[in-house]
Design a binder for this molecule. Structure first.
Ligand SMILES: Nc1ncnc2c1ncn2[C@@H]1O[C@H](COP(=O)(O)OP(=O)(O)OP(=O)(O)O)[C@@H](O)[C@H]1O
Length: 237
């Protein structure tokens, strides 16, 4: 397993948000964290990235191992340097920089010295971004912004990507394009943990899923084996 969380608790000030989260992600696989609004999906991602720290009046307990290294207590930038690219919810890109500038500022050699993902390979992977390379971030469509956010993560040549609700607010046809993108990423050997509310999307892009409810994992199963009953029980679908 490249990522292993064991009994992780997360607090924002006095609010106890994550309650004993245990999950694991195998090298080269795509795993989905499913759950309704506000159950703690983003908080799980932020916790992995060391963003629930005492400086922000937050606290994390439990063990989080990435590639055998304990992440607990590490600073966010050090965690990123171990090879985890975090694509936060909300398509954080620089609005006044062009697509290409956005990509260039994110570029980094991987921990293993890999530079597999560079402007050329990213443009081959996302032809649309090459077409829009001189457009400023704020002039891109929602789908293009989301692709750029993921592409910026790839430019870091990560060992693993954390993708937080990349389908949010996007039209079904764009969501389908993002699903193909994630499937292609997995085919390229990228390891992915993805937070989602969209079960259909999750079923297309992940092999394994964990369902969160009020900060606790309540269900774990192969994504394509999720029954209508389970979906209805936990996700209201
Ligand atoms: N900075 C914060 N301070 C205090 N509470 C927070 C903070 N951020 C989130 N929360 C609370 O933590 C809980 C989990 O939120 P989180 O964003 O992790 O949920 P989520 O499953 O990602 O849902 P969403 O899809 O709405 O983002 C919610 O009750 C939320 O109100």
């Amino acid at each position: 397993m490249i990522l292993e969380l064991k009994d992780v608790n997360g607090y924002y000030d006095k609010s106890h948000i994550l309650n004993g989260v245990t999950l694991s992600v195998g090298q080269g696989t795509s795993v989905c964290l499913l759950g309704r609004n506000g159950v703690g999906k983003s908080t799980t991602m932020k916790t992995i990235m060391g963003m629930l720290n005492p400086k922000e009046h937050c606290k994390t307990e439990g063990s989080m191992k990435f590639d055998g290294k304990e992440l607990s207590g590490m600073k966010s930038h050090s965690i990123a340097r171990l090879g985890i690219a975090y694509v936060p919810q909300g398509r954080h890109i620089f609005p006044t920089l062009t697509t290409e500038e956005n990509l260039k500022v994110a570029a980094r050699t991987g921990v293993d010295g890999s530079s597999k993902w560079n402007l050329e390979t990213v443009y081959t992977f996302f032809p649309r971004l090459e077409e829009r390379k001189d457009s400023k971030g704020d002039k891109l469509s929602g789908g293009e912004k989301q692709m750029l956010a993921v592409a910026r993560g790839l430019m870091q040549n990560p060992k693993m990507m954390l993708l937080d609700e990349i389908t949010e607010g996007l039209a079904p046809i764009i969501v389908d394009q993002l699903a193909s993108m994630v499937q292609n990423l997995v085919a390229e050997g990228v390891t992915i943990l993805i937070a989602e509310q969209n079960v259909k999307f999750a079923m297309k892009v992940s092999s394994d899923c964990y369902i969160l409810e009020r900060g606790t994992i309540v269900h774990h199963q192969a994504t394509n084996e999720l029954t209508a009953e389970t979906r209805k029980k936990y996700l209201g679908l």
